[in-house]
Write a protein that binds this ligand. Sequence first.
Ligand SMILES: *[C@@H]1O[C@H](CO)[C@@H](O)[C@H](O)[C@H]1NC(C)=O
Ligand SMILES: *[C@@H]1O[C@H](CO)[C@@H](O)[C@H](O)[C@H]1NC(C)=O
Ligand SMILES: *[C@@H]1O[C@H](CO)[C@@H](O)[C@H](O)[C@H]1NC(C)=O
Ligand SMILES: *[C@@H]1O[C@H](CO)[C@@H](O)[C@H](O)[C@H]1NC(C)=O
Length: 253
Amino acid sequence: ADLGSMDLKVEMMAGGTQITPLNDNVTIFCNIFYSQPLNITSMGITWFWKSLTFDKEVKVFEFFGDHQEAFRPGAIVSPWRLKSGDASLRLPGIQLEEAGEYRCEVVVTPLKAQGTVQLEVVASPASRLLLDQVGMKENEDKYMCESSGFYPEAINITWEKQTQKFPHPIEISEDVITGPTIKNMDGTFNVTSCLKLNSSQEDPGTVYQCVVRHASLHTPLRSNFTLTAARHSLSETEKTDNFSAAAHHHHHH
Ligand SMILES: *[C@@H]1O[C@H](CO)[C@@H](O)[C@H](O)[C@H]1NC(C)=O
Ligand SMILES: *[C@@H]1O[C@H](CO)[C@@H](O)[C@H](O)[C@H]1NC(C)=O
Ligand SMILES: *[C@@H]1O[C@H](CO)[C@@H](O)[C@H](O)[C@H]1NC(C)=O
Ligand SMILES: *[C@@H]1O[C@H](CO)[C@@H](O)[C@H](O)[C@H]1NC(C)=O
């Protein structure tokens, strides 16, 4: 063959970063561009991984001729897809510690091409509202917004209120305390933000919202409750958890 007319290239995720949810069956993209039809019995694919913490590269998967081997359980490149130039690596049940740089190396003798991508593994927070009246003064309520099971650690929890007079939500900055971030056994994090309210100073019908912003979320996670003249009631979404039991059984004016 005329080597001058042969051209081998690989293309990975645009932007060089791929983000995946924790425990997902992730496909790390790697597409081969070759000037001629591919013959998979005479080519080789090797996938490498370099973790964020150790600067050492390890082999994850290799394929050449009739040999294929996974060095990470379940790692696979589909031979069927490879025929059409798709050398993407599938990793079932991706874990937080598997984030890092992945390198796709393709050999079609005598040519070689490679590409790298950064894989980020994220976990979305779960959010719930709790009412704590233990040790609180008359008319004073402490609402807690707990975000749990998220990764990475960076998170923003804010509170907003919407009164009937001013239906546009405004951020509350006073009487908000966000606690320390706690690390769970699985590497994810929890944090709780507290809002203190003096119910005698608030208008009935005011809607309060706990707003959680995190890298894993496309839109902020919102949990809300409404103040009523008689008692604090919950929106439909919160009626299922502990909060409603607490609000209905322990709150009396
Ligand atoms: C593919 O490569 C193998 C090994 O080099 C060769 O025996 C076979 O003829 C090739 N097939 C085609 C369709 O070129
Ligand atoms: C994090 O929050 C979850 C859900 O509320 C809870 O089950 C878990 O015990 C918390 N982790 C820690 C370390 O407190
Ligand atoms: C709540 O507001 C009322 C009226 O302004 C005030 O008298 C009371 O002391 C406040 N209670 C607390 C616990 O701050
Ligand atoms: C949290 O807020 C700060 C300041 O507005 C911003 O720079 C940061 O990107 C936010 N982080 C997240 C996870 O939303």
